[in-house]
Design a protein around this ligand. Structure first.
Ligand code: ADP
Length: 325
């Protein structure tokens, strides 16, 4: 890490030294040419014969040429300066963007490694315990449930990874079928209630809402939002999922009572790999892929997704999807 930031510092120093050198050379070039112009004008005026009847006319001509040359050097210098500045800004932004992406990818790789290693380690330990010890049925059940939960986590992570790379390369072919959104949401919530029996997930259903879409994709989007609501809120707080039928669209609201999302991050969280705060300050691990996928999926269904503050605390994610016509 230290080596990398050292390299970046060297690159930034070289960049600024080169840029300053180019600008200094440009200024020097302008001053030298202007001086030469003045010298040439003075020389030409010296050569003029004051007694010559065309003296005034020639003097004027020399001065006009002097002005024209000054304007030409200034114009050329200004255009050159503008081009260099535009190029430098473009380059700086491109490099900064690239560095940001590289850092995000590194964080992502670290998060992935952690997210994969933990469930594997827990699963291995649980299975070894089950194999080596004669446990009571209740203890066995606890271990099996715990192992299943870890397998589910890994499954969700792999689905997110696979789907995001498939959607990036346009390899995923979206299916269009009739979906009973009430049933789909109900199924998702039932799965979460089994996986997190101690959490309170309140569902307000709404019958008869059908939309056209891809069940697998929408299930992934809902799962990601519910998973986040559970992950980023206290264990004893409730999660609310409300399905509403609006005039020409259906609305799914997922509300939690966590710490909420600062205004400046409300749009950024939908970017690929974006996670709020630095990795060191983040308590819960993740990959920054979940909401990126949610946005992609909702876009693919011609819908919208956004987040607002929940009152008195927490966040409310809303998905709006067009109804089946
Ligand atoms: P991940 O959860 O894997 O980090 P996501 O793309 O799902 O990635 O979320 C991006 C970021 O948005 C998270 O890192 C988290 O900081 C923030 N976030 C998402 N959902 C919530 C929520 N319900 N409450 C607070 N913060 C959230």
């Amino acid at each position: 890490m230290a080596n990398k930031s050292g390299k970046i510092r060297t690159i930034i120093i070289i960049y600024w030294v080169l840029l300053l050198y180019i600008i200094a050379a440009l200024v020097w070039w302008y001053v030298a040419l202007s001086r030469q112009n003045e010298q040439m004008t003075a020389y030409k005026i010296q050569e003029l014969q004051t007694t010559d009847i065309r003296y005034r006319e020639q003097y004027k001509k020399i001065m006009n040429e002097n002005k024209r040359k000054s304007a030409q050097y200034f114009g050329e210098g200004a255009i050159f300066f503008l081009l260099i500045s535009a190029g430098a800004i473009f380059l700086f932004r491109a490099v900064k963007n690239q560095l940001k992406i590289t850092t995000q990818q590194q964080n992502f790789m670290m998060a992935i490694t952690h997210e994969l290693k933990t469930p594997i380690a827990v699963t291995k330990l649980n299975l070894e315990t089950l194999q080596k010890r004669k446990l009571e049925t209740s203890q066995q059940e606890k271990l099996i449930n715990n192992t299943l939960q870890e397998a589910n986590r890994m499954n969700a992570l792999c689905n997110n990874l696979l789907l995001s790379s498939q959607m990036e390369s346009a390899a995923y072919q979206k299916v269009s079928e009739q979906i009973y959104i009430n049933k789909l949401l109900g199924d998702c919530i039932r799965d979460f209630s089994v996986r997190y029996p101690s959490r309170n997930i309140v569902f307000t259903p709404n019958d008869d809402i059908t939309i056209t879409g891809d069940v697998f994709l929408l299930q992934m989007a809902f799962n990601n939002l519910i998973e986040n609501a559970l992950k980023y809120s206290p264990k004893d707080s409730a999660i609310k999922v409300v399905l509403a039928n609006k005039e020409n669209h259906c609305q799914i609201g997922i509300t939690d009572e966590g710490n909420g999302i600062p205004d400046e991050d409300k749009l950024k969280i939908f970017e690929k790999f974006y996670r709020i705060g630095s990795d060191a300050t983040q308590k819960s691990k993740g990959t920054g892929l979940g909401l990126f996928l949610v946005k992609r999926i909702v876009d693919a269904h011609k819908g919208v997704v956004y987040v607002k503050d929940n009152q008195p605390k927490g966040s409310m994610f809303t998905i709006q999807l067009p109804l089946m016509s």
